[in-house]
Design a protein around this ligand. Structure first.
Ligand code: ADP
Ligand code: MG
Length: 756
């Protein structure tokens, strides 16, 4: 291709992307790497070394560019090499303009000859650019995209994808997809696959600059090469290229096949680092932690099982079996129990707690809210009514099993009393909220801890409860339960340090919940008639109020208002209760008790009822302003109904015209009751970032890997990490890999994988 006349390079740049700055850090090729901190040897460059070299040492990156790059998370050469292309323009398959057929959809790569803009009759703006690739000329026209005039400045090389039209004998594309490939002065990349990097208008980061820096970094690394710590057998097993090759091919793929192969290799690297880190942390923990070995059977456990009014589901039995095996060991249990709403996690928890009691120790159950702690306490009391345990005071004597509630709103006297019982061991099972974590809570002999709704607690809180007040420094067994189903892929990644039990089976006799998406106030009118009809048939309803803000007091006020409106309007004449987090404990308890006893027809509530509430006669769930809630939360709320043998329904009331993303969420909920499916969908809609710490988005662990798309690689990496660590816990045989995991673990906040 003959280069057309080009304008001055300076004209081809965007604001903020001045001509390459002379950088104080301009250094000779040989200087990158060898004199990086802590690198006496001249072997291939490790990621740790690449991460210690500032991008400022590249040509054309001065202070200003360094700041711009930092804004998109690129500070080191490692960051730059893993600033992966967003997509590619395949210039090996591009068509010359002269051969482009009218009516075909093609990519042309050409230089901008001229651009103009005018206003059409009717006010629309038309931007028109003529481009040439030496074989011919094509016009690209854009309607109402005035900014194209600035994008398509004369002399720039662009890729246009679109349908070729004939306009008065000339070839034309209307609103084509545009990628600007160069600012007018970079090397020609004809016949190559050209990477398009994520650009940032605000930071002034454009794709061709990134391409040049990446190219320079690669060239300057070439002398020493980039180390590949992955064992050869593992590379061969998956047919992986070495790391240097993969990094070269992802940025400048010789073919699309090479690009995919490179991606696989780099995805595997990312997942493998996470898995190895979690595995080795787990190994380290297990090496120094000593727990208490329990006998998981006996009269108490047998009685509990015999008295259950129903048979356990297969999944419950399986989970209990896994817990039995764990708690019989001296090594502390560290298990996640994952089960959709209504799958019966409480019984599994109680089974674990009773094993502690059976062995003369104590169990604690921690819940995220007062309402839920109270609810658990109520449920457990019913199940444990009449149970006895040996009385230490009298030889051969027995006393009733004692269950205590410790919550933030217990009175001072109640609290003192409970603390004494907990400390002396006369409390066998303690249920509570965060209040359980306080310094003043000392257990006589805590041996099993259950944390419900794990996602609301951080790891450090979790650790705190495990360590609370055992003088012998033994670590209690830990069971964390979550109803918010974490997609399997994510669970494997994030919870690589936990064993996982899954309740994938609902108790029999449940009728599926019919979910309707109700749009706007008119549709809601007929919904309220349905609600009244259900109530007349003897059922009960929840009405969940809009989320106002991240503020409990505002939410409380909205609940009060909704309660007043409904009592005077749609639910007039019915017994309507109110429940929100701002009520005193006694009022909360009273409202729940009345609803449970059937003395209330409807309960207007904030999301305090989101988790755990269990009233089988409630068959209607109305969520107001449902478009403000997330998928997981709506699924939780819906799970409050469908718990008995009566058919249940859920109404998700939204604005007339919700946002596109809210439409996706509400449609997903209306389409399925399967929490796992919903969680996968949620992950797709929210993107991967939210699983991890958002503040770290620029330095996230997974830049390329997708937990949704790359399930098989997650599994492969998990298996490989397990094999490596099982054979050689400290990775002594693979010092480079061990060093990489160390470096990786060191650049991140230890808690952040687990927080949400
Ligand atoms: P979740 O997993 O949401 O915490 P729960 O433990 O609250 O579920 O159980 C939901 C309901 O199912 C409760 O009413 C409980 O008594 C009931 N349940 C639990 N296990 C069974 C079973 N095996 N058969 C029948 N009902 C069960
Ligand atoms: Mg529960």
């Amino acid at each position: 291709m003959n280069a057309p006349r080009r304008s001055q390079p300076a004209q081809g740049r965007r604001p903020g992307t001045a001509a390459p700055e002379a950088s104080a850090a301009q250094v000779s090729d040989a200087a990158v790497g060898p004199d990086a901190p802590g690198t006496a040897a001249k072997g291939p460059l490790t990621l740790r070394e690449l991460d210690a070299i500032s991008v400022e040492r590249l040509n054309g990156v001065g202070r200003q560019r360094r700041r711009a790059l930092a804004e998109v998370g690129v500070e080191s050469v490692f960051d730059l090499l893993t600033y992966y292309p967003r997509r590619y323009v395949d210039r090996t398959a591009q068509a010359p303009i002269s051969e482009a057929e009218i009516g075909s959809e093609i990519t042309v790569v050409a230089d901008v000859l001229s651009v103009s803009s005018r206003r059409l009759r009717g006010g629309r703006r038309l931007v028109s650019a003529d481009v040439t690739d030496a074989s011919g000329v094509l016009s690209a026209v854009f309607f109402n995209q005035a900014w194209r005039e600035r994008q398509l400045t004369e002399g720039r090389t662009v890729a246009l994808f679109g349908k070729v039209e004939d306009y008065r004998g000339r070839k034309q594309m209307t609103n084509p997809v545009v990628d600007v490939l160069s600012g007018g002065s970079t090397a020609d990349r004809t016949g190559k696959i050209v990477a398009i990097y994520p650009q940032s208008e605000s930071a002034g980061i454009v794709t061709w600059d990134v391409a040049n820096w990446v190219g320079e970094a690669q060239r300057r690394c070439a002398g020493r090469g980039i180390a590949d710590p992955l064992p050869g057998w593992l590379r061969r097993q998956h047919g992986f290229a070495n790391r240097s090759q993969a990094l070269a091919d992802i940025h400048e793929p010789p073919s699309m096949a090479a690009r995919w192969a490179a991606r696989d290799r780099l995805v595997f690297d990312e997942l493998m680092r996470v898995q190895l880190m979690l595995r080795s942390q787990r190994l380290a923990r297990e090496a120094h932690e000593l727990g208490i070995a329990h006998e998981p059977s006996g009269t108490l456990i047998e009685t509990f099982h015999r008295r259950l009014p129903y048979t356990l589901t297969g999944a419950q039995q399986r989970a209990m079996g896994q817990i039995d095996a764990d708690v019989s060991m001296l090594r502390p249990m560290h298990r996640l129990l994952q089960g959709d709403v209504g799958s019966g996690k409480t019984l599994v928890a109680l089974h674990a707690l009773l094993i502690a009691v059976r062995n003369g120790h104590q169990g604690a159950l921690m819940a995220p809210t007062e309402v839920l702690a109270e609810q658990h306490c109520f449920a457990l009391r019913a199940l444990l009514d009449g149970f006895e345990v040996p009385d230490d005071g009298r030889l051969g004597g027995r006393r009733p099993l004692r269950l205590c509630l410790l919550s933030g709103s217990s009175s001072a006297t109640q609290r003192r009393e409970v603390l004494v019982q907990v400390a002396t061991g006369s409390a066998d099972i303690v249920v509570g909220t965060h209040a359980l974590l306080e310094e003043s809570v000392k257990f006589a002999s805590l041996s099993v801890v259950v944390v419900d709704e794990q996602h609301r607690f951080g790891v450090s809180q979790r650790a705190r409860l495990r360590e609370s007040g055992r003088d012998d420094r033994r670590i209690p067994h830990l069971l964390v339960m979550t109803a918010t189903p974490i997609p399997r892929t994510a669970a494997m990644t994030v919870y690589g340090d936990l064993d996982v039990s899954v309740l994938d089976e609902l108790p029999p006799g449940r009728t599926p919940i019919a979910t309707q998406w109700v749009r706007g106030p008119l549709a809601a009118e007929s919904m309220w008639i349905d609600v009244q009809r259900e109530i007349e048939a003897g059922r009960q309803a929840y009405v969940v109020c809009p989320l106002v803000a991240e503020s409990e007091s505002l939410d409380a006020r909205s609940a009060e208002q909704t309660h007043a409106e409904l009592s005077a309007g749609a639910l007039a004449g019915l017994r309507v209760g109110l429940l929100h987090g701002r009520l005193p404990m006694s009022e909360k308890e009273a409202a729940m008790a009345r609803f449970r006893a059937g003395d209330l027809d409807a309960l207007v509530a904030t999301t305090v009822i989101e988790v755990g509430i269990d009233v089988p006669n409630a068959t209607v769930m109305v969520v107001l302003s449902a478009d403000r809630f997330g998928i997981a939360q709506l699924h939780q709320l819906r799970g409050r109904v469908g718990r008995g043998s009566h058919a249940s329904s859920c109404y998700l009331v939204s604005d007339e015209d919700p946002t596109a993303i809210a439409v996706e969420r509400l449609s997903a909920l209306a389409a399925t009751n399967d929490g796992f499916e919903l969680a996968e969908r949620d992950l797709e809609l929210r993107g991967e970032g939210t699983l991890f710490d958002e503040r770290q988005s620029g330095r996230s662990d997974l830049k390329l890997a997708s937990l949704v798309r790359d399930l098989h690689w997650v599994q492969a990496a998990r298996d490989a990490a397990a094999d490596l660590i099982a054979a050689d816990g400290d990775l002594d045989a693979h010092p480079e890999l061990a060093d990489e995991v160390d470096w990786f673990a060191g650049r991140r906040d230890p808690d952040y994988l687990h927080r949400s």
